[in-house]
Design a protein around this ligand. Structure first.
Ligand SMILES: [Zn+2]
Length: 162
């Protein structure tokens, strides 16, 4: 599965290197007051998609990254054990750039060719009540139609009927 997230550090500021620093345990906690609130946080994601479409990979998809936390989808716990984490540079609830949708779709296509990916969902869906990213500004139907155009049969956010 692919789990889509949003992140920016400090929140709402784009283009810096703080997210890369966080995911590689090199963030200077003193560099911004906001960082005091997340001090010591040890997280990682497989990919980071910048506002204008640059893609950075931090963790091999053959290895686990720490992006989902306490999570569950379709009755399976610990999504970190069986998912790829993709962070979009952005704000929870905010909108995302055209380039990010295109690169996300390209990335998911590439992953689908290499791994038995069965679905793409949001962090908010695997950790409801605890996490809210990427939030209502993320256009799931748009991702769905981009993927359909590119060919892979990867369902996007098919809510399980429970
Ligand atoms: Zn997240």
């Amino acid at each position: 599965m692919a789990v889509v997230h949003s992140i920016s550090l400090p929140p709402g500021e784009y283009g810096g290197d703080a997210v890369q620093r966080l995911f590689t345990n090199q963030l200077d906690w003193e560099a911004h007051p906001y960082y005091q609130g997340i001090k010591g946080l040890q997280v990682s994601a497989h990919f980071f998609v910048r506002r204008y479409g640059g893609v950075i990979q931090f963790v091999s998809c053959d290895q686990r990254a720490w992006h989902a936390g306490v999570s569950q989808w379709r009755g399976r716990d610990n999504c970190n054990d069986w998912s790829v984490g993709i962070e979009l540079e952005g704000l929870e609830g905010g909108v995302f750039e055209d380039a990010q949708y295109l690169q996300l779709a390209r990335l998911l296509c590439a992953l689908t060719r290499r791994y038995p990916l069965f679905e793409a969902v949001g962090h908010e869906h695997v950790a409801p009540g605890r996490k809210a990213d990427p939030g209502p500004g993320f256009d799931w139907p748009r991702l769905r139609s981009l993927l359909r155009r590119q060919g892979p049969r990867l369902p996007v956010l098919q809510r399980p009927k429970t």
